[in-house]
Design a protein around this ligand. Structure first.
Ligand SMILES: [Zn+2]
Length: 188
């Protein structure tokens, strides 16, 4: 237990360096260019005629409206900043081409090309669709963490860490229940 606390403190401390870690400063310019391409071309992984939100105009609903709209587990994560049990989401093993949208409002957040296997038990991504997420700091583990949420409905999705793969070095640790996956072809 003690060791776990120490590790938590170390990982929270390393977040202070997060802002400095940008693609422009990447030691791997070729990789950075590839990430920019993924961000620019994410729609090539979107299924024809998929029902997704194209505007980030804020969606504001009352607590009761969200409760009606979302299954209890998704409500807990998206509206109460809950965390699903590690390894519980089928999206951990989702490897098909496609797009991940917000389960609250259908805004596209990540493409399958941005996903990697972090081994943490939560779907993880090294970059996002531009403009899809906002961030804030939370202090739930006493030390600050970077929380991120959907730019449209404000729904909580997960936390951002700086131990992801190069060239971004970022790990968006996302709750699977807050996402809906739309495969490029075939059934969801
Ligand atoms: Zn949303």
């Amino acid at each position: 237990m003690k060791r776990r606390i120490v590790l938590r403190i170390l990982s929270a401390l390393s977040l202070s360096g997060l802002a400095k870690h940008t693609l422009a400063q990447s030691k791997n310019p070729k990789g950075a260019k590839a990430v920019e391409e993924l961000q620019k071309n994410w729609k090539t992984l979107l299924a024809d005629g998929a029902n997704v939100e194209t505007s980030t105009e804020p969606l504001k609903l009352s607590k009761d409206e969200w409760k009606k709209r979302l299954p209890p587990q998704a409500y807990d994560v998206l509206r109460n900043e809950g965390t699903e049990r590690a390894g519980s989401s089928p999206l951990n093993d989702e490897k098909r081409p496609g797009v991940f949208v917000c389960a609250g409002c259908n805004l596209p957040l990540f493409s399958s090309a941005m996903k990697f296997d972090s081994g943490t038990g939560w779907p993880s991504f090294f970059t996002t669709i531009p403009g899809a997420l906002g961030t804030s700091r939370d202090f739930k583990l006493i030390l600050p963490r970077v929380e991120y949420h959907c730019a449209r409905c404000g729904g909580h999705h997960g936390h951002l860490f700086d131990d992801g793969p190069e060239p971004t070095g970022m790990r968006y640790c996302n709750n699977g229940v807050a996402l809906r996956f739309i495969p490029k072809t075939g059934k969801a």
